[in-house]
Write a protein that binds this ligand. Structure first.
Ligand code: NAP
Length: 419
């Protein structure tokens, strides 16, 4: 009998080995053999996931000489889930992530007739993974449009559940849209063109505070110097402006001992951040887009509402040439689901060709989340040295003269060799 008898599965076999990560007194307790559920993904998913697992296993083995090992356990979503179980995401996958609190996935196609509009959004919504976390840095040897890409080292915390992405909108010309139009124009006295589609932008105290709290805690835990609240509160006062106000409330009420606001920095500290403190400031979103290009070294952790975070994550990753190397995770206080941030690139499926960097760096984030920093550092070193020496997959090779183009699996092997 499985030792995970309280894990409620109807379709999957429970893992046969490994232990469960649990949370005690607000902290994760990670066993030496943690079960990590993984979704292989569609298209190029199997290639990059296989490379990622080999790199992670090799780093963990090197860092802890056999004392620690991940117990990988496959769970299903996307086409493979359709083929095996006739559903795009079987309920067991959600149960597994809730139970083990961790997981990693390759990219997913939403199968036609799968019952979901987007599988990625389904994971976020059903598990209430309220923060999308995207670290962005440059790797030496990656061609980048920015003049000093080495100055970029930021982590974006994007709110994942509300804002214009909440899906509350009505199509122009429909009965429902007319009803909302009538309410807004007649009862609320607002002026709207009659031939408009209408969308609603909810931003809540709850959604904002838990997101900003996570960003601040991350900054404190990882010795980051600044948390910037990115907003458009000058225009959208009660939504984006609320995000700003409630963000500062979390900072000043819950992190008072460890933070300094920008006003305090100048009023009380002559512009010099006291040792060990985190500066909390804010920037209007359009100005922030300038700042990430002009003064990236001044920024560290960004906390954003959903839409702003979507734009800024991709813009920042592109500025260091690294959309294909951008890691990410969707998480809440109990579950962290790490992912490749690109799509399934179906034309390269099964060709062992593409860059596995995104999912490997997501695994680095996962190891850091587990507190296995030594293994995480080994992988980062492996990637840095591999790219620097010019051993790269086709996407980077075509931009770099003299590079040695290798396959997806060979790139993974080179990372292992360079650890
Ligand atoms: P995509 O799969 O990201 O691919 C677009 C292009 O990006 C590829 O053709 C390739 O460029 C490049 N690329 C992507 N991943 C790469 C990698 N690992 N290494 C090197 N190059 C890489 O975007 P898409 O074609 O728009 O979407 C395809 C499918 O993926 C859709 O079904 C979409 O819904 C899904 N999707 C899933 C996710 C997710 O699961 N998180 C995210 C986005 C899209 P070149 O052609 O220039 O070589």
């Amino acid at each position: 009998m499985s030792k995970f008898s309280d894990l409620d599965l109807t379709k999957y076999e429970a893992p046969t080995h490994g232990d469960r990560i649990v949370k005690k007194d607000g902290k994760f307790v990670v066993p030496d053999n943690p079960v990590v559920p993984f979704v292989e993904g569609d298209g190029i998913g199997p290639d990059i996931t296989s490379a990622m697992r080999k790199v992670v296993d090799s780093a963990v083995e090197k860092a802890y000489q056999g004392k620690r090992k991940i117990a990988w356990w496959e769970i299903f979503a996307g086409q493979k889930a359709m083929d095996k179980f006739g559903e795009a995401i079987p309920e067991d996958s959600f149960a597994a992530l809730r139970y083990f609190g961790i997981g990693i996935k390759g990219p997913l196609t939403t199968p036609v007739g799968g019952g979901f509009r987007s599988l990625n959004v389904a994971f976020r919504q059903i598990l209430d993974l309220y923060a999308c976390v995207r670290p962005v840095r440059w790797f030496d040897g990656v061609p980048a449009p920015l003049k000093s890409p080495q100055d970029v080292d930021m982590v974006i915390f994007r709110e994942n559940t509300e804002d214009l992405y909440a899906g509350i909108e009505w199509e122009e010309g429909t009965k429902e849209c007319r009803k909302v139009y009538d309410f807004l124009t007649k009862e609320m006295g607002k002026k709207i063109r009659e031939d408009s589609g209408i969308g609603i932008k909810p931003i809540s105290i709850t959604g904002t505070k838990r997101l900003v709290r996570m960003a601040l805690q991350y900054a404190v835990d990882h010795g980051r110097r600044t948390v910037t609240l990115v907003h458009k509160g000058n225009i959208m006062k009660f939504t984006e402006g609320g995000f700003l106000k409630w963000g500062y409330e979390v900072a000043t009420q819950e992190f008072r001992d460890v933070i300094v606001t920008e006003k305090e920095l100048w009023d009380e500290h002559d512009g010099k951040l006291p040792e060990g403190k985190v500066l909390v400031n804010d920037r209007i979103a359009d100005a922030m887009f300038q700042q990430i290009l002009l003064r990236p070294s001044e920024y560290d952790v960004l906390a954003t509402a959903n839409l702003n975070g979507d734009y800024i994550s991709d813009a920042l990753a592109a500025s260091v040439g690294g959309l294909g190397l951008a890691p990410g995770a969707n998480m809440n206080d109990e579950v962290a689901f790490f992912e490749a941030t690109h799509g399934t690139a179906p034309k390269y499926a099964g060709m062992d060709k593409v860059n596995p960097g995104s999912i490997i760096l997501s695994a680095v984030l996962m190891l850091e989340h587990m507190g296995w920093q030594e293994a995480a550092d080994l992988i980062v070193k492996g990637i840095e040295d591999t790219i620097k020496e010019g051993t790269v997959t086709y996407d980077l090779a075509r931009q770099r003269e003299g590079a040695r183009e290798v396959s997806c699996s060979r790139f993974g092997q080179a990372i292992c060799d360079n650890m």
